[in-house]
Ligand binder design. Structure first.
Ligand SMILES: [Zn+2]
Length: 500
């Protein structure tokens, strides 16, 4: 484990000041880096009450006490993705169409980590879950790798019911940061074990391989089945989930991540909206306060893969899940609905210039439905096709036409034949993946600028009691701290308990 380098960033310092000022009533002081806190206190005293007005209305909102908190995290989703999804829906349904969260936009979130201006999911989710910024890769631990109490743990201590949902592996960074403490996100065997010991009522997602040994079809290094005897009822398909009534439930719908929404019809997996709806019904009928975190985990993966169709389809599925949660929240007056992202992925731009000229003002998501598959699924099929190289050419041509609406041109065929003649089948696969990325991006005239994350702010949405406290530009750790106040979650006490 490398010791992460701390970055003293004026932005962090300013936000720490505001947090410690606005939230001093229940600020989990022990969790704030002493260096930042000392500076913050000095500056608050010296600078005076410049934030006084903000503090007054924020204090009002902070007196609210929602009895149900639904926290959505759309992994790797920046402003351009919301615009793309809204424009796509307007093209399909008419010009007045909005996203389900549009009316709830309150502000934006600054996402950087302590050791990098660009965060990963582990660091940003830990900031949301614990109110403390940390280093990239950290799961529920501070920059010194010491454990930090989470909102979910504090909710459990207060007798609330809790739930985690992800379309990625349930052991992946975002859900893990709320329910486990490890110095490195890759320790998913350990994360799975910790998750099952938290008393969480509902866990739904992918990641089956981290819960079973090889004998049961899993990949745990200790070869142990950690589910049997855990008290959890296990469900593995959409139908099993919809038929389940008794809590606690562990839903593991895939050995790794769940399928992209665009590919889901080839699986027996539930959609994110179905998981959300099922979980909210169970939590409501339990008649206890609850905390649920729902991650749209694969919008990020499609950004990494620069697959605009998979990216958009997962965004639309997420919008549907938010719609379900908003409808649920509207039946009561004590539900706080909060939604944001951990960071942006892919540097998606709507518009831009193309080789061979053309206007810089072209951008149109309308042709996107021509695609019926993710690039990932194409690559998985390709891995099977290479077992029978004599039929490879035909399968590629047929699938490109059927699933992507693309007919290879003369130059494409020439290029493919060169790869086949030299038996460079890996090279052919990589070339085809890039071809599909370009074809799909060009159709809509969008651009990706990176296969990694970016540092841009992400939008923040909230409705219900306490929602006004999330207005303005907030730092990711402030979002966690505000939530802890609204939930009466004593994160400091949880941290102390963990370190005792
Ligand atoms: Zn990512």
């Amino acid at each position: 484990m490398q010791t992460p380098k701390r970055m003293t960033n004026p932005v962090t310092t300013l936000h720490t000041i505001r947090s410690s000022f606005v939230h001093r009533r229940r600020q989990p002081l022990r969790q704030v880096s002493r260096r930042f806190l000392g500076l913050a206190v000095l500056l608050v005293l010296g600078v005076g009450l410049g934030q006084g007005q903000t503090a007054a209305w924020a204090q009002d909102a902070l007196r609210e006490r929602p009895q149900g908190v639904i926290f959505f995290i759309a992994d790797g989703t920046g402003s351009a993705t919301y615009t793309l999804a809204r424009d796509f829906l307007r093209d399909q349904r008419g010009p007045g169409t909005t996203l389900s969260m549009d009316a709830d936009q309150k502000g934006s979130v600054v996402t950087h980590a302590v050791n990098s201006r660009i965060t990963d999911s582990a660091s940003s989710a830990t900031a949301y879950a614990t109110g403390v910024k940390t280093y990239n890769g950290a799961i529920g631990v501070d920059p010194d790798t010491l454990r930090l109490g989470t909102l979910l743990e504090a909710a459990e201590s207060n007798g609330w019911n809790t739930a985690l949902i992800s379309t990625a592996r349930i052991t992946h960074a975002t859900p893990a940061a709320f329910s486990a403490h490890v110095p490195l996100r890759a320790q998913e065997d350990e994360i799975a074990q910790q998750q099952l010991a938290q008393g969480i009522e509902i866990l739904l997602g992918g990641g089956r391989s981290f819960f079973f040994g090889p004998e049961e079809g899993g990949a745990r290094r200790d070869s142990t089945d950690i589910v049997t005897g855990s008290g959890y009822g296990l469900v593995s398909t959409r139908d099993e989930l919809l038929g389940a009534t008794r809590l606690p439930v562990l839903g593991l719908f895939s050995s790794s991540h769940m399928a992209y929404e665009v590919d889901r019809r080839h699986t027996e997996e539930p959609s994110i909206a179905e998981m959300t709806s099922w979980a909210l019904e169970r939590l409501a009928s339990a008649d206890e306060p609850f905390f649920i975190m729902i991650e749209a985990g694969r919008i990020d993966h499609a950004g990494h893969n620069r697959d605009v169709v998979a990216h958009l389809a997962d965004m639309l599925a997420y919008d549907e899940a938010y719609r379900v949660a908003a409808a649920f929240a509207s039946t009561r007056d004590d539900i706080l609905l909060l939604a944001t992202s951990d960071h942006e992925t892919g540097g998606l731009t709507l518009g831009g210039e193309w080789e061979g000229g053309g206007s810089g003002y072209r951008y149109d998501p309308a042709p996107i439905p021509a695609t019926q598959s993710s690039i990932e699924r194409f690559s998985q099929q390709y891995a099977e096709w290479v077992q029978a190289p004599e039929t490879l050419r035909q399968r590629v041509v047929t699938t490109l036409a059927a699933d992507f609406g693309y007919t290879l041109g003369e130059a494409d065929v020439f290029q493919m034949e060169r790869f086949l003649a030299s038996r460079n089948l890996n090279g052919l696969r990589a070339w085809l993946e890039n071809l599909l990325r370009d074809v799909m991006a060009q159709r809509a005239a969008v651009h990706w600028s990176t296969s990694g994350h970016t540092a841009v702010d992400v939008p923040l949405f909230a409705r219900g009691p306490g929602a006004a406290a999330f207005s303005g530009s907030l730092d990711n750790q402030e979002v966690g701290r505000i939530l802890s106040i609204l939930m009466d979650a004593d994160l400091g006490a949880e941290t102390e308990k963990l370190r005792r």
